[in-house]
Design a protein around this ligand. Structure first.
Ligand code: ATP
Ligand code: MG
Length: 412
């Protein structure tokens, strides 16, 4: 893609009211636009990152036999009343509105109740189980505080998955498979080493739920960590957990983190409350066991922007960078050669952002750095004459050269 045709513009300054580093950087680099606190538009560069994160998550959810769907944002009040979660005292982040006939509806902040209701139409017998479904959806939550940039939105993209099982054992083994799939996701996103499966409150059937917490100064959570034993506990359950796990609190290090995922074993509580059952091989009606599994897609993007950035701007991991190469042309001969390099690289399927603008080299270099594209390839009159183009690694700053005939191999 050419910078001259890409809808984007880098800014010297972020809006004065934007306090979060992730949003400041993403706004300045042209990835997001701030509509209001907690609500951000994703511009063409930002969308490319989101789609790459989603694709990694999609591949890993498909690999554990989950199928993708899209549910509705408008939700029925009656469904949530069945479990008592329409009540604003129980769920304090609802956005509610009214249809023309005055009946109340809610805007989806989660899809647990709606999917259980939906499954009444599709799950009848043991032959319909197990079943797992997931979606990428813009969730709406009327959060009290939205000062963490895209890490806490009032609307944000979540991957939510729900699994349905005939037995508690089958759910438990799927739950473990999901933990492994989540670990692969965070590994592929480049935050695997800093992300811990963390004991947290809120399991209905089990004593704890599990959060995936990434070490991040700007995160809103605090966890207690034992790096060698790979044990992590959210501070909100620390007393319970030290008892249960038989570890001493003094052994644990306190760190600030951001919750990038959260999984729950609901047992049969919700299905019993809502009346979803299946007929077993014995012809009898049985309770159904479900799990609920979330990943904050836009929050993960914000956490990565926070953690992987320096004084020059963003530093995307290759797997989710909007483009692999930022191509800079300088001078007349440089531009001719850059056009050729651009065609060759794009023909080979390499994602190149070609800065073909009539701008100072320094401005192009600064934008390449601010946007955080993993490699900058400079084709100038001088590098053409030398027969060697310049390659700069965004992360390490390392400068190398590459012969014009081997650029495709260089970035493949
Ligand atoms: P938090 O404790 O941060 O408010 P939560 O426990 O309410 O989050 P879940 O309902 O478990 O969140 O949602 C699943 C995932 O969605 C979370 O693990 C998090 O990564 C992400 N998420 C939750 N709320 C937000 C938000 N307001 N903005 C962006 N991402 C969010
Ligand atoms: Mg949570």
């Amino acid at each position: 893609m050419r910078v001259s045709t890409l809808f984007t513009k880098t800014l010297r300054n972020a809006p004065a009211d934007e306090v979060a580093k992730n949003a400041q950087l993403l706004i300045r680099a042209g990835f997001v636009y701030k509509e209001m606190a907690g609500a951000y538009a994703y511009l063409p560069l930002g969308i490319r990152v989101i789609e790459k994160i989603k694709q990694i998550v999609r591949e890993e959810m498909n690999a554990i036999n989950s199928s993708e769907l899209i549910m509705t944002s408008l939700q029925r009040k009656e469904i949530w009343e069945k479990t008592g979660r329409w009540d604003d005292e129980t769920v304090d982040i609802w956005f509610k509105t009214k249809l023309k006939d005055d009946s109340e509806v809610g805007l989806g902040w989660s899809h647990e109740e709606p999917i259980v209701e939906m499954m009444k139409q599709y799950v009848k017998s043991y032959k319909d189980l197990p079943s797992s479904l997931y979606q990428f959806q813009t969730k709406m939550r009327n959060e009290v505080r939205a000062k963490s940039g895209i890490m806490r939105g009032r609307e944000f993209v979540m991957k939510d998955m729900y699994s349905f099982h005939a037995t508690a054992e089958d759910l438990a083994s799927y739950y473990d498979a999901t933990i492994a799939a989540y670990n692969r996701v965070y590994e592929r996103l480049g935050i695997g080493d800093d992300t811990y499966v963390t004991f947290a409150s809120g399991g209905a059937f089990t004593k704890f739920s599990h959060e995936f917490q990434t070490i991040c100064e700007a995160g809103e959570d605090v966890i207690y960590l034992h790096r060698e034993k790979n044990i992590a506990v959210n501070e909100e359950v620390i007393d319970d957990a030290v008892k249960e796990l038989g570890i001493a609190r003094e052994e644990l290090e306190q760190v600030k983190t951001a919750e990038v995922g959260n999984i729950f074993n609901f047992g049969s509580q919700k299905t019993d409350e809502m009346g979803l059952y299946y007929t077993g091989e014995d012809g009898q009606q049985h309770s159904l066991y479900i799990g609920s599994y979330g990943i904050g897609i836009t929050r993960a993007m914000g956490v990565i922007a926070e953690k992987m950035s320096d004084d020059k701007g963003l530093v995307w991991p290759k797997a989710i960078a909007p483009f692999a190469v930022y191509l800079v042309s300088i001078g007349d001969n440089g531009t001719k050669a850059a056009e050729k390099a651009y065609s060759e690289l794009t023909a080979a399927g390499i994602e190149v952002l070609y800065d073909d603008r009539d701008e100072r080299p320094g401005a192009k270099f600064a934008d390449a750095e601010l946007m955080g594209i993993p490699y900058r390839l400079t084709v100038s009159d001088r590098t053409v004459e030398a027969g060697e183009y310049e390659v700069v690694n965004r992360q390490t700053g390392e400068v190398t050269t590459c012969a014009p005939e081997s650029i495709v191999a260089q970035f493949s």
